[in-house]
Design a protein. Structure first.
Length: 113
């Protein structure tokens, strides 16, 4: 009799905490993916800024100033494209995270096990 009670309590515990544990693991994995994306994006923006600062420091005559301005216009276009790509990547990450959590919730509903 006590084994049956213990088994029932263990089953209820697992039914209750199973989805919570899965949600925590999913949250951790998604947070890791988000942080990796942000760190990569940050590094590329820092690299762009440093390249521009070095290019500005290399200006020493009107011709190099003109070349800098031309490259600055190209950099702005590249930056716009990168912003757009990063926004799309971030939206894709968020949509994937939401879909994974929605599936977890659906799988956790009573009668789905």
């Amino acid at each position: 009799m006590s084994n049956d009670v213990l088994n029932k309590m263990t089953e209820q515990y697992q039914n209750f905490l199973g989805p919570v544990i899965k949600a925590n693991k999913l949250s951790a994995a998604n947070l890791e993916a988000l942080v990796n994306f942000q760190m990569s994006a940050l590094q590329s923006y820092v690299d762009m800024a440093m390249a521009r600062m070095k290019a500005a420091a290399d200006i020493n005559d009107p011709a190099s100033f003109q070349a800098f301005l031309t490259s600055q216009a190209e950099m702005v276009a590249n930056l716009q494209h990168k912003f757009s790509d990063d926004a799309k990547t971030l939206a894709d990450l968020m949509n994937r995270f939401k879909a994974e959590f929605d599936k977890l919730v659906q799988d956790s509903l009573p009668g789905k096990n």
